[in-house]
Design a protein. Structure first.
Length: 645
């Protein structure tokens, strides 16, 4: 993290040796990682720091999502507010990273120490974490923390009253990211994976009574020093499950405790020692214990499922967790990396159903949007094959049913089968946010935007901090002409991550709907800046130019899109929309036909009208929609027509 110095900027003093941030002489609470990020920025004022370099410096050798860095930057901005000149202290550099904008002055350490408040409470004092003092010192500190954890559990066992007052009605539970006490940052994926698996296990227990916050939102609290009361208030949960993981070769020790939010009562705590091969059975043990404490009534099927867990090869399980880690990054390169890990897990354990489900998810999202890595016609059939294999091995996997439904809806346009798979997934796990999110797309295809928004509302309730769900909600609101609501939803995503490209794209769409073309162009260009070779923002800019009457500029961009796509068969829909915007309807339908032949996923949304087609109905449009069994909305009346495909 660089030399230990004491720096001053604005009303702040930062002492990297004492790991202390003061504002006007008073301590400011920061998480350990937020402090390290701020120190890195302050020690390099005016310099543009790449995201990858910052992640490497703050989380060396760790499996950390870029969104973790964005969330910490977001929290730092809220704490620091703006500099005296009105600018934010931390500036985002599109496609690159961040820059600290304020002047920084080195000061004498005594100037900081003299202002320190000895009486500061543990909640308001930054946590001191040893850094750079050697592996042995860190191991001692971690061991001491583990001893304290065991002692706390012992006290909890002795003192917790079994007569804790239960919460009536449906309760909400948050599984906080389990802490990695292995002394090895490369084991971070293990604690992250255990967190995700427990969320899945608990989410399927008794949905009528228990709702479980999804992984995306839960992981935002990793390394957070917020207390349970504050977290519970932010997410609206009744219980919090927290714990830690310590691994030693093939042995794993897990401690877990369940806390009731309203009065901070520790209602249950336990320690587990297992071989890594028994990790799935261990997850079932924890799930049953939590269910008992929250007084759920497990059905015989659920009890049997939790009681009997097939042993899994330890290395296969590690590979699966790494695959899920990369899948959650939601980028084309990360999908490819996830596929490698899932296939490696299957190679180790050919009967590993969850690895096949992960493989199906990765291929489904890889094939869902234009990319140069794998043709859609190759990715989507692989997604279906992997999902079917997963279900042959374990029919109870909601993730596999959801992936199969997505492929059938998005690629095959088999609406009845897709609906059956979505409903089965929700029977198995109504708390699985991804099912609600993708089921919403199904409702868009059926011309039922209100039901789509209702499903997205359920998805957001399960995963309150998900950027993708907010972006999808914004997209659906745009398609039904509720542009101001769409802009607000996109804005909510950008508050969490100002660099999130999809939210900028949807915000731009809302500006187009309101005929605010300069604002729309500004937002589309932010998306294009993240990937200069991307087709869809370039096509969107061309459409705006066409609608502004600047046909020469639109045609120039159309030429660029045609050159980028070459012989690819996944760009035809975007090309068709440019032609429609230019008023060249014959060329528009020619490229729309190519999109149909390639089974492009964007075709699902044309039931609400192509750009500049909706005001002037064309019989070819209705005929085209029939072939993919879309529901066509005529002035509020939905007409369902059967597919000829």
């Amino acid at each position: 993290m660089g030399p230990k110095v004491t720096c001053a900027f604005g009303p702040f003093c930062l002492d990297s040796e004492q790991r202390l941030l003061l504002r006007d002489g008073k301590p400011v609470a920061l998480t350990a990682k937020a402090f390290e990020i701020l120190t890195l920025l302050v020690q390099n004022p005016g310099q543009s720091l790449a995201k990858e370099e910052m992640i490497r410096r703050v989380w060396p050798n760790g499996f950390v999502d870029e969104s973790n860095l964005a969330q910490h930057i977001f929290q730092l901005r809220k704490i620091l507010e703006n500099a005296p000149d009105g600018r934010p202290y931390i500036e985002t550099i599109p496609r690159h990273g961040y820059r600290f904008t304020s002047e920084v002055h080195q000061v004498q350490p005594k100037q900081v120490v003299d202002h320190r408040t000895p009486q500061a409470s543990p909640e308001s004092t930054p946590t001191a974490v040893a850094s750079g003092s050697g592996r042995s010192y860190r191991m001692v500190a971690l061991s001491f923390a583990a001893v304290l954890g065991i002692a706390a559990i012992y006290v909890a066992r002795e003192r917790i009253s079994p007569a804790t007052t239960p919460i009536t009605g449906k309760v909400m539970l948050l599984v906080l990211p389990f802490e990695n006490l292995s002394g090895d940052t490369q084991q971070e994926y293990l604690s992250n994976g255990l967190t995700e698996e427990l969320i899945t296990q608990l989410g399927s227990l008794e949905p009528a009574r228990l709702g479980v916050i999804a992984r995306t939102s839960a992981m935002q609290y990793k390394d957070s020093h917020k207390d349970v009361r504050q977290i519970s208030r932010e997410l609206g949960v009744d219980y919090v499950l927290e714990g830690s993981v310590r691994r030693d070769v093939d042995h794993v020790r897990i401690t877990a405790q369940l806390i009731q939010s309203r009065d901070q009562t520790h209602v249950w705590a336990k320690e587990y020692d297992r071989n890594l091969s028994d990790i799935l059975a261990l997850q079932g043990d924890v799930a049953r214990a939590v269910a008992s404490e929250i007084q759920l009534r497990l059905t015989p099927e659920e009890t049997a499922r939790l009681a009997v867990a097939r042993p899994v090869d330890a290395e296969a399980y590690e590979l699966y967790l790494k695959g899920r880690y990369f899948w959650n990054k939601r980028t084309v390169p990360s999908y490819l990396k996830a596929i490698e890990y899932f296939e490696a897990a299957i190679s180790r354990d050919p009967k590993y159903a969850q690895a096949y489900a992960g493989l199906a998810d990765a291929y489904a999202l890889l094939g869902s949007a234009p990319n140069e890595e794998m043709p859609r016609k190759e990715a989507m059939p692989r997604a279906k094959a992997a999902a079917l294999t997963a279900l042959q091995l374990d029919e109870s996997l909601a993730e596999a049913h959801t992936a199969l439904a997505f492929e059938e809806m998005h690629y095959e346009w088999d609406w009845p089968d897709a609906e059956r798979e979505f409903k089965r997934a929700l029977e198995l796990n109504p708390n699985y946010a991804t099912t609600h999110q993708w089921y919403a797309i199904w409702f868009v295809g059926r011309g039922a935007a209100d039901q789509a928004l209702a499903e997205l509302g359920l998805a957001e309730k399960a995963d309150p901090l998900s950027l993708v769900i907010k972006a999808d909600s914004s997209e659906v609101l745009n398609t039904v002409g509720r542009y101001q609501e769409a802009a607000r939803m996109a804005g909510r995503a950008l508050e969490l991550d100002p660099t999130f490209a999809l939210a900028h794209y949807n915000l731009a769409d809302s500006y187009v709907g309101q005929l605010q073309y300069p604002q729309a162009l500004s937002e589309y260009r932010k998306v294009l800046a993240t990937d200069s070779g991307n087709v869809w923002p370039r096509a969107a800019i061309a459409r705006v130019y066409a609608q502004m009457g600047q046909h020469a500029a639109a045609e120039r961009l159309l030429k660029e899109v045609l050159e980028i796509c070459g012989n690819r068969d996944d760009c035809s829909y975007e090309i068709s929309t440019i032609y429609f915007s230019l008023g060249e309807r014959d060329h528009g339908f020619e490229w729309l036909e190519k999109a149909y032949q390639a089974h492009e996923g964007a075709l699902i949304f044309i039931n609400l009208g192509l750009p500049l087609v909706r005001p002037r109905p064309d019989a070819r449009y209705a005929d085209f929609a029939k072939r993919i069994d879309l529901a066509i909305n005529h002035g509020g009346v939905v007409e369902h027509v059967r597919s000829e495909f």
